[in-house]
Structures are given as structure tokens and as C-alpha cells.
Design a protein around this ligand. Structure first.
Ligand code: ATP
Ligand code: MG
Length: 586
């Protein structure tokens, strides 16, 4: 059996039903021996990740990216990055750019055999328009003059059929002429609409003559003012897939009811001779729902616009840019996606699964360092005043046991008469079971000496201002004498004169409710007022060289990253990515 992973997760990823479907298609040769329009042979597995460029990608999108690119990779196929940009109003180049960056950052590539497979749905508008005209000609679509409200009223219900539009049976020539007028800009938004002619009595509401083209006088980020009619998602998406020779079109469960329409569009366009078989097929999986976050782009945008967070890349945001800034690695996110598999049933994944994946990724590889976050002075009264810092320096491995550089990479940092320790590592009157510093007790200063606490100083209010101790010169770690001292406590520290000052930002969950927006709840009511704490900390001097984005384990505290935006050589800023253990809410 393979190694058991930490955090109680199974050693092998849960089954992924999509693999079963692909295996069956390969066995049946469904997508074998295909060629593209240029006569190049096509792989049997062509998937796509189709974001709408109307916001930043979030952890839910990462799931879709990992699935689509992962399946293509595993089957020697290819995955396209496609901007599903059929909604002119909300889309923007800013979003296109960040999506490209995030997909790359996650470690995926849309090149295959040297060709880039990055596409824009808006580049297919000509084809879509022609496709819509073909549907009209074949009697499968008509221009309706009912307004949106009237269309809603006549749609029927789950138990009652809808009512046919009075324009449903107008001659094709009339619809064609009106459709051209729609395109020419003769009509205002919402006055005319092109509908598929399927059935107003279908038990599937999506088939009750769905709208497929609408008027929108709006400038598009890619096509500018060329168009004032835009296709609806449910008409555009199957065409995009077909034109790109997608084999397996993977989407989330909400689209299950749209599948008959997806197939209908492709069948009608194939009948019209506009598309060649084999058609792509749509498959649905459960979206990733993580507790303690929201993943609707609209809600995330609200957090940004209302300045509840500092931006899309605020380290508390579940966006990929936010997670990255927080210290998440692409490896950790991919690991989480793999561990949670692909399922046919919606469920909630605990946020700790994401955190666990980050710990598991960083534990074996992150460089170790020391930081004192809540400092209290420790004075070693018998330590030589002017000791040579290089001579007395302590050393510790940079990397953890098991890391290939564990033995060779060593960090050296000075010790001196005055140190910073954590305030919580001293108690004047120890509670039961406390084995850190208290008067009369001995502890080891990690990588340094054993010290015995002799007392503390207080100010007039009785606050402890410094702790005193004496050290045992023959107890230094790594020397033969050290073994004769047996102590329970092992405290981290930094030399006060040598320490670096840094800003350390500790983050908690952004929401206190595990399901902040479930059932239409006001997610802003569940905001955690203490989601960020900013500390002035003291760091071991070797961290002077930390570059933005560098990750460390601060011993006993967790994993930290030098902030990508704010950390400079003059002012170091670290974000806590995750604590060492899952202690949330405990
Ligand atoms: P939102 O509702 O926040 O706008 P969306 O689903 O509309 O998100 P798209 O840009 O259309 O965002 O999504 C691109 C792809 O990512 C789609 O195929 C979508 O199904 C998938 N996706 C989005 N959210 C999730 C999620 N939580 N889990 C898995 N896949 C997701
Ligand atoms: Mg969408």
C-alpha cells in the first residue's frame, strides 16, 4: 500500500468518473482518426477550460482547470484555454490577462505540439451568426417580438406547458430579414429576440423556445463595435466546443438541464451541413464548494468594490491571485484538487482540506527560520558582554530532515546577552503542565544553550518587561556537553541586537460561517471582523535575503511568505499562509 497522507486523507485520489467515460470512448474509438480543418490529426481527448473574462479566477476555477488540463495531460490530449466572452458588458482585458497568468501559475499550458490553443468565443461570432441564420432557414428559429416580461409569463411552469408566441410561425424570410435588421442596429435592446423553435410544452424548461440571440448595443473587449447582437451562452457554448473539436466538454452540475439544448444545437447545425461529426459531448461534475469562503465572482467583486478586502489579491481572498499572495503554492492547490476528485454529487469540502494540502506540500520543502511574533526580552545575566558574535553563533539546518540539502545547507545566527523570546514562553507562576520558562525552570534555547530562569522585571503596572536567566556554557547544542542536560522546553529566540524587524500579517478565515452564502443568506453578515492581525516581529538575521514570494516555515508558528507586493529589503513583510497544525476553532 502506498504511503498514508496526513490529515486523514486517502492515499489514492478518489475515483474520477470522467476517466471511465474517456476510457470507454477510447475503447469504442469515438474520437479516433479525427482531423481538424487543416487536415492535422486530432488527439482523442480534447478538453477546454472556458472562463468568462468577467472577474478573477478562484479556487473553484482551479478545480475545473486541474480536471480539464489534467485529463488532457493524462491521456496525451490537449486542453484549450477559451475565453467565453459573449457578454460584452461585463468583460474586460484586465480579466483576460489575469486569467492567463493564473492558469500558467497553476502549472498548465495550452500549447500542444508547439501550437498555442488559446481561443476567444467572440472570434466565432461570424460562424454563430451564420448558424443562427441556418436555423431560421430550416424552420428551427424565429424572431420574437414579445418583450422579456411577456416571454417569462408565457413560459409555463414545471407542471403546465407554455404558450406559443404569436410570432412563432412567422415565415422564415421574415425572421431572416428581422434578424439582419437586429444585426444592422435598427432595433433597440430588448425589442426583438431570436428564439430556437423547439417546444413550448417540453418538460425541460430550457427547451421551451430558448432565446439564442439578443440585441445589445455595447462595445466588446475583443470585437469592439462590430456587433450589436450577441449569442446566448447556451447557443454559443456548443458551437465553441464543436469548432474547436472538443471531445469531452466538462462543466458543473448546474448545466445538466442544458445538455439537451447543447445536443439540439449541434444536431441542427450538423443537419445544416455546418458541423461535422463526431460532436462533442457534455459531462457534468459537482462544483467545488469549500467551507468558509464564497466563490461567486459577483460576490467576490462586491468584497473588492466595497473595500471589505484590499483587492482581488488580498491574501484572504479565495482567488488564485489572493491564495498566491497568501503563500499558497500551485502544487498545494493541485494536490487539493486531486484529493477531492470529481464527483456527480454536490457536497461541501472542509476548508482544512486546502490548508492540509499546503502543509503537506511545504512541510518537506520549506526552508526553516525563526521569528518571534510577540516579543519579550530575555536577559542572560552571565553571558559575556562583548562576546564575538561569529564565535558564539549557533547553527541549524536550513531544510527539514529528508530534504536532499538537509545536511549541507546550514544557517548561522548569533546569540548574545539579550534575546527576544515569545511572551507566551514565560509564566511567572506556571500553570499545571507548563514546562517553558518560569523561575527555577530550565529550558533549551533552540540550537543554543540551556538556561535557567532566575526571575523577571516588571513596570509600575505590574507588566512583565524582561525575563532573566543564566546559561550553562557547556550545554550548547551540537557539543558533547549538551547531552548531559535534560530539559523539556525548547524555545525559539532571536538575538535582540541582531534581529531584523518585520511586519507579520496573520490571517484568519474571512467568514465565520462555514456556509456564508448558502440558501441566499447575506454573506456579508458572516464576515469575520478579526480576519487580519498585523504584528511587529523580530526575525532571525538570515531572513534579510528573503525575496518577495519566498516561503519559510517559521519554527513553531507556521508557513510564511514574503509578501509579493509590500516586502522589500528595507521593510520586510511576511504573510502567514497557514499554521503548523489545524487548530482552527479549537
Ligand atoms: P461565477 O458563478 O462565479 O461567475 P462561473 O462558473 O460563471 O463562476 P466561469 O468563468 O463561467 O465562471 O467558469 C469557468 C469554468 O469554471 C466553468 O466551466 C465553470 O463550470 C468552472 N467553475 C466555476 N466555478 C467552479 C467551482 N466552484 N467548481 C468547479 N468548477 C467551477
Ligand atoms: Mg459562467
Amino acid at each position: 500500500m502506498s504511503k498514508e497522507l496526513k490529515n486523514g486523507l486517502p492515499p489514492t485520489p478518489p475515483t474520477n468518473f470522467l476517466r471511465g467515460i474517456i476510457d470507454a470512448d477510447i475503447a469504442a474509438g469515438t474520437y479516433a482518426n479525427r482531423q481538424d480543418a487543416q487536415g492535422e490529426s486530432l488527439p482523442q481527448v480534447v478538453t477546454r477550460f472556458p472562463p468568462e473574462p468577467n472577474g478573477y479566477l478562484h479556487i473553484g476555477h482551479a478545480k475545473s482547470i486541474c480536471l480539464n488540463f489534467g485529463l488532457a495531460r493524462d491521456y496525451g490530449g490537449r486542453c484549450h484555454l477559451r475565453f467565453d466572452d459573449t457578454n460584452p458588458e461585463k468583460e474586460d482585458q484586465e480579466y483576460v490577462d489575469t486569467i492567463i497568468d493564473s492558469v500558467k501559475w497553476l502549472g498548465f499550458d495550452w500549447h500542444h505540439d508547439g501550437h498555442p490553443h488559446l481561443y476567444y468565443a467572440s472570434n466565432y461570432f461570424d460562424f454563430m451568426y451564420a448558424g443562427a441564420q441556418a436555423l431560421i432557414r430550416a424552420g428551427h428559429a424565429y424572431v420574437d417580438e414579445q418583450n422579456a416580461e411577456r416571454m417569462r409569463e408565457t413560459r409555463g411552469t414545471l407542471t403546465e406547458p407554455g404558450i406559443d408566441s404569436p410570432w412563432r410561425n412567422r415565415p422564415a424570410e421574415e425572421s431572416l430579414r428581422l434578424f439582419d435588421e437586429m444585426r444592422a442596429g435598427t432595433h433597440a435592446d430588448g425589442t426583438l429576440i431570436l428564439r430556437a423553435k423547439i417546444s413550448m410544452a417540453s418538460p425541460n424548461m430550457n427547451l421551451r423556445d430558448p432565446a439564442i440571440y439578443r440585441i445589445r448595443h455595447a462595445t466588446h473587449h475583443n470585437t469592439g463595435d462590430k456587433w450589436c447582437v450577441y449569442p446566448m451562452y447556451s447557443f454559443a457554448h456548443p458551437i465553441e466546443d464543436a469548432l474547436e473539436n472538443i471531445s469531452h466538454s466538462i462543466c458543473t452540475l448546474e448545466f445538466e438541464d442544458q445538455r439537451p439544448l447543447y445536443d439540439w444545437v449541434l444536431e441542427r447545425l450538423a443537419e445544416a451541413g455546418l458541423l461535422q461529426p463526431p460532436a462533442p459531448r457534455q459531462y457534468e461534475f459537482a462544483r467545488l464548494n469549500l467551507t468558509y469562503i464564497v466563490t461567486s465572482k459577483r460576490k467576490l467583486k462586491q468584497l473588492v468594490d466595497e473595500k471589505i478586502v484590499d483587492g482581488w489579491d488580498d491574501p484572504r481572498m479565495p482567488t488564485l491571485v489572493g491564495l498566491r499572495r497568501r503563500g499558497y503554492t500551485p502544487e498545494a492547490i493541485r494536490l487539493m484538487c486531486e484529493r477531492t476528485g470529481a464527483s456527480k454529487h454536490n457536497s461541501w469540502i472542509d476548508y482544512s482540506v486546502l490548508e492540509g494540502a499546503l502543509r503537506d506540500d511545504l512541510d518537506p520543502k520549506a526552508a526553516r527560520a525563526v521569528a518571534v511574533l510577540n516579543p519579550l526580552k530575555l536577559i542572560i545575566d552571565n553571558f559575556p558582554e562583548n562576546a564575538d558574535a561569529t564565535e558564539t553563533a549557533c547553527s541549524a539546518p536550513v531544510y527539514p530532515m529528508g530534504h536532499p540539502e538537509h545536511d549541507s545547507a546550514v544557517r548561522r545566527f548569533p546569540i548574545s546577552k539579550e534575546l527576544w523570546i515569545e511572551r507566551e514562553d514565560f509564566m511567572e507562576v506556571p500553570s499545571k503542565g507548563y514546562f517553558r520558562l518560569f523561575p527555577g525552570n530550565r529550558v533549551r534555547l533552540r540550537y543554543g544553550y540551556v538556561v535557567e530562569c532566575t526571575g523577571c522585571d516588571k513596570d509600575e503596572q505590574g507588566n512583565i518587561t524582561a525575563v532573566h536567566c543564566t546559561y550553562f556554557p557547556d550545554s550548547k547544542s551540537g557539543t558533547p556537553g549538551s547531552a548531559t542536560y535534560k530539559v523539556k522546553g525548547n524555545l525559539h529566540w532571536v538575538s535582540a541586537v541582531h534581529a531584523l524587524q518585520a511586519e507579520v500579517r496573520l490571517y484568519e478565515r474571512l467568514f465565520i460561517d462555514p456556509h456564508p452564502d448558502a440558501g441566499g443568506k447575506d454573506f456579508k453578515a458572516a464576515l469575520n471582523p478579526d480576519s487580519r492581525q498585523v504584528l511587529q516581529a523580530y526575525l532571525e538575521p538570515t531572513l534579510q535575503d528573503a525575496r518577495p514570494g519566498d516561503l519559510f516555515q517559521f519554527e513553531r508558528h507556521g508557513y510564511f511568505v514574503a509578501d509579493q507586493l509590500d516586502s522589500t529589503a528595507d521593510k520586510l513583510v511576511f504573510n502567514r499562509a497557514v499554521t503548523l497544525k489545524d487548530s482552527w476553532g479549537k
